[in-house]
Design a protein around this ligand. Structure first.
Ligand code: ARG
Ligand code: ZN
Length: 471
């Protein structure tokens, strides 16, 4: 009995061993990483560990050109694989050998190496490219903000395809060296530490390093004429802020806000534990769009954030994301509440510290602001759908969920959770369900019902968000 089965299986195994695994069963990597909100986002079959971008940008023409070197590890035997990218590609090499490539679908760069790649092996990919990012529109949308003196890549959930080839999803984080050459008198701003800057032949090169895992949408590039301030925090971390020289009437308010970055980060450390990265700062380019974004170590702020005077609250929001969003990133884009609910709640705590209304008062205000028939209550912060990913309800109803949690479990457990979560998932990824289980573990209380009410019911929860027992 046993022998009849054993003999053929041993034969099969030895036959397989004779053929290189890569040739035997290599298949294409998936064109998406498997996020239902953005099926083409990211790619399958490999993990990137490091991006080295060596670029040159001419503000006059908006031409961006250069070379991206990606260091990755294969996760399957690969006959070919995809990167996400929108600019024109000149040449691709994989492990030093010229590879063929094709442009397909939704800004996919499909790369076929000279020979199949074996699973769990290091692989290097070198892509040379050039293009004008302002000419790339995806569904009428662009993440590239052309300015009178340069351009800026900043957008969520997508910005990388406008300026470098990547595995464009927060599940695949990597470290970055970004080296950008710009005409003398112009600056190039990116994430992390400015390692060096030097000029020759009329061009100045800025070398930036972001040395902790970073999601592709949190990588940023800003070229233009900036005033730069530098300092160190009490703990010695470098702080570098950059302000367009062209902020007009908003210049004072922008500086009066962003220059408080180190102070705000120190306050947030009291809530969330040690700051997760090696550098701090912010930048305010002369863009016309109005938002802000938690680009890693160095948030992006539109000048319009400062149109009414200083706005330290937006600095609190973007710096809170350094823990909630950047160090602990979403697993899928449906998990956006683990970023935005907490960044908004941090603003409420800052308001309380400033004597401008307690978190409970702001929660009561937001609850009362939206009547039961307001579409606000139909948005589910725990799974809002791609069209509602950045709806105000993800932020405000998302923060109400945290006030409800605080009232249910008490301040001691609540603040232990706020501090414990960034440590539990540092430099990783987490889903809404992971947070619910974490809060249940710390508090020892069943909380599925509470989170269902505040994050998933498509209607206004009855009874307000009052203190425990009052609802
Ligand atoms: N995470 C960003 C924030 O902190 C949201 C950016 C959304 N994008 C946009 N164009 N509004 O607010
Ligand atoms: Zn936010």
């Amino acid at each position: 009995m046993h022998r009849r089965i054993l003999v053929p299986s041993v034969l099969t195994a030895s036959l397989l061993l004779a053929i290189p695994a890569s040739a035997a069963d290599a298949s294409p990597g998936a064109p998406g990483i498997g996020d239902p909100y953005y099926p083409a986002g990211g790619n399958g079959g490999y993990d990137v560990s490091h991006y080295d971008l060596r670029l040159r940008y001419q503000p006059r023409t908006d031409l961006l050109e250069g070379t991206a070197t990606l260091l990755a590890t294969t996760r399957q035997n690969l006959s070919r694989f995809n990167l996400d990218f929108g600019l024109d590609v000149g040449d691709v090499r994989v492990n030093g050998r010229k590879a063929s490539f094709a442009r397909t679908g939704d800004h996919e760069l499909e790369i076929t190496p000279a020979a199949p790649l074996e699973k769990n092996k290091p692989v290097s990919v070198v892509v040379t490219y050039a293009g004008k990012p302002s000419e790339l529109k995806i569904g009428g949308w662009t993440a590239w903000h052309r300015t009178p003196d340069g351009g800026v890549a900043a957008q969520e959930p997508d910005s990388a395809v406008w300026w470098f080839p990547s595995n464009d999803h927060p599940l695949d984080k990597a470290t970055y060296d970004v080296s950008v050459s710009v005409p003398d008198g112009t600056q190039a701003i990116s994430n992390g530490v400015l390692q060096s800057q030097s000029s020759r032949l009329g061009w100045t090169r800025f070398n930036w390093r972001s040395n902790k895992p970073q999601a592709s949408y949190l990588a940023t590039l800003a070229v233009g004429r900036f005033d730069i301030t530098t300092d160190r925090t009490a703990k010695g971390l470098p702080v570098l802020n950059a302000y367009s020289v062209d902020l007009g009437d908003n210049a004072g308010a922008a500086r009066a806000s962003v220059e408080r970055t180190a102070e705000v980060a120190e306050w947030l450390e009291g809530l969330f534990g040690p700051y997760p990265f090696n550098a701090l700062g912010g930048y305010v380019p002369n863009v016309t769009s109005g938002f802000a974004l938690e680009t890693q170590t160095r948030p992006f702020y539109s000048p319009r954030q400062f149109a009414n005077g200083a706005n330290v609250s937006v600095v609190v929001h973007e710096l809170a994301h350094q823990w909630y969003g950047d160090s602990v990133s979403v697993k899928g884009w449906k998990d956006i509440w683990v970023n935005e609910g907490f960044a908004r709640y941090s603003q409420w705590l800052w308001s309380q510290k400033e004597g401008e209304g307690t978190a409970q008062e702001l929660a009561d205000y937001v609850y009362a602001l939206h009547p039961a028939d307001d579409p606000f209550w139909t948005v589910k912060p725990g799974d809002p759908g791609p069209d509602k990913q950045f709806d105000i309800a993800v932020y405000d109803r998302g923060a109400l969920a945290l006030q409800a949690l605080r009232n249910e479990i008490g301040d001691e457990d609540f603040f232990a959770i706020l501090k414990g979560w960034p440590a539990a998932h540092a430099n990783g990824n987490a889903a809404v369900g992971d947070f619910v289980r974490y809060a249940e573990k710390v508090s020892g209380k069943p909380l599925a019902g509470l989170f269902d009410t505040w994050l998933y019911e498509p209607s206004k929860p009855a009874g307000g968000v009052g203190a425990a027992g009052a609802a």
